[in-house]
Design a protein around this ligand. Structure first.
Ligand SMILES: Cc1ncc(COP(=O)(O)O)c(C=O)c1O
Length: 462
């Protein structure tokens, strides 16, 4: 078999083939029915089969499935494989760490690598003297931020945004504006003090974008506003310039905190380390340990890319905010058996080295700008809009059915992509930041061909 990493796609459609189908049958017999049923529904809506492929191997930008097909991954595994799948430096760090120490005693008797990772994260934050809490998934990091905000302000209220996605455990779910269907069955178990504000379009006037947030802050005691610098899962939706700075000023005025969820956008994905600094002067926040004057953030959530494929996340907060956790001799109010585990910490340290050593934020900015420009040229008026920042790109289509069919057609051509947005009308393109540019060019051509196959009829909702 050929070596994975930067191979062009090699797929025998239809998918999955015999081996993959057998795995999918086994899956359907044991998996929570939520997932299998969802696929069937997607298939119906798209008028196309929606059975998954089964991954057995991945490296760099490539994935191989159980039938031996090779794909180019434009999802980075939900954004986690930003340095590529199985980056050799991450794998080497895992090997070395697993030969030394696999598990330690968390917050009681921590490992050396956990301490090193905390130091590193605090140094990377765009404010001085921060303190960090490690966790596993993104939702855990958001949960830590929400608890911190409640402690620091004494207020249970939260402001979040329509279309925002912050994870699905109970704390984050309460601020998840991604879709009412996610919250509704659990509504009575969720924080009832959450106000959702509209998410502004990129070209919306800033005053109008901020006005609903200002009203929400004035009407009830709010502990924190929770925001993504760009809504990722919500459909790659970019707010107007100055939005986060405006939110920060409002929160300051009303005694609330600003929680910035950079779980998707951070660590280079959008062409800079922190997308929250997009409005700062050129070069701000570029170097380690730099305190960016007035960075619009009090609590910063990071995850996905951080672990290089392993579940590692963190909440980093300004020192005066994190002080709310109180006397370190008191009880550990927030901890978890595996938070800051040695393997995850070693993978995260290696990943941060790769991101810096290979200058992947800068690469994402440069390659991403060309990618989006090419996408816009090839898609033309067959799509509603191409948008994004760095290598977080979204192509909005006219209907859900169109997007779902396109995702499937691209899969059959050997390209893994995801639908995004509450109504799944956006094709989300999130390749590894290390991807070879010719693979992106070939993908753009394949997208153009796949769009050609789509009947040109107007089909809102079809
Ligand atoms: C911005 C953002 N926050 C939080 C999360 C939740 O992360 P996880 O799925 O690791 O809990 C996601 C996941 O997509 C995300 O995009």
């Amino acid at each position: 078999m050929t070596r994975l990493g930067a191979l062009p796609p090699a797929v025998d459609a239809p998918l999955p083939a015999a081996v993959g189908r057998a795995w999918v049958d086994r899956l359907a017999a044991v998996e929570c029915p939520a997932f299998t049923a969802r696929r069937a529904r997607r298939g119906e809506r798209a008028g196309a089969p929606h059975d998954p492929i089964v991954w057995v191997e991945a490296a760099g930008a490539n994935v191989r499935d159980a039938d031996g097909n090779v794909y180019v991954d434009l999802t980075s595994g939900f954004g986690a494989a930003a340095v590529g799948h199985g980056h050799p430096a991450v794998v080497a760090a895992l090997r070395a760490q697993s030969g030394r120490l696999v598990h330690a005693l968390g917050d009681l008797h921590p490992s050396d690598v956990k301490i090193t990772l905390l130091e590193r994260l605090v140094a990377l934050a765009p404010f001085a003297g921060g303190r960090a809490m490690l966790a596993l998934g993104g939702a855990d990091a958001v949960e830590a931020a929400l608890k911190t905000a409640a402690l620091a302000t004494g207020r249970p209220g939260l402001v979040a945004f329509d279309g925002g996605y912050h994870g699905l455990s109970h704390g984050p779910l309460a601020v998840c504006g991604y879709g009412e269907a996610f919250r509704a069955p659990f509504a009575e178990q969720l924080n009832p003090h959450v106000r959702f504000c509209p998410w502004p379009a990129a070209d919306a006037p800033l005053d109008g974008a901020l006005a609903p947030v200002e009203r929400a802050l004035a009407e009830a005691p709010v502990g924190a506003v929770v925001v993504e610098p760009i809504q990722g899962r919500g459909g790659v939706r970019v707010p107007p310039a100055g939005f986060l700075r405006g939110l920060h000023a409002l929160t300051r005025r009303h005694g609330a905190l600003l929680v910035v969820d950079e779980i998707f956008t951070g660590l280079g994905r959008c062409g800079r380390r922190w997308q929250l600094l997009a409005d700062a002067s050129e070069g701000s926040g570029g170097s380690e340990g730099e305190d960016v004057e007035g960075a619009p953030v009090d609590l910063l959530c990071v995850g996905k890319a951080l672990g290089g494929g392993l579940p590692v996340s963190a909440c980093v907060g300004r020192p005066e905010v994190m002080a709310a956790w109180g006397d370190p001799r008191g009880a550990a109010l927030h901890t978890g058996t595996f938070f800051g585990d040695p393997l995850g910490a070693a993978a995260a340290l290696a990943t941060l080295d790769v991101l810096e050593g290979e200058r992947l934020a800068t690469r994402a900015a440069e390659v991403g700008a060309r990618f989006r420009e090419r996408l816009a040229r090839v898609c033309g008026d067959r799509v509603v809009q191409v948008r994004g920042a760095g290598l977080l790109a979204g192509v909005e289509l006219a209907s859900t059915g169109r997007t779902l069919r396109l995702v499937r057609r691209l899969l059959e051509r050997g390209y893994l992509t995801l639908p995004a947005g509450a109504d799944a009308r956006v094709l989300q393109l999130v390749p590894p930041l290390t991807i070879d540019e010719p693979l992106l060019d070939a993908f753009t051509d394949a997208l153009g061909e796949a769009l050609d196959e789509e009947p040109a009829r107007a089909e809102a909702g079809a």
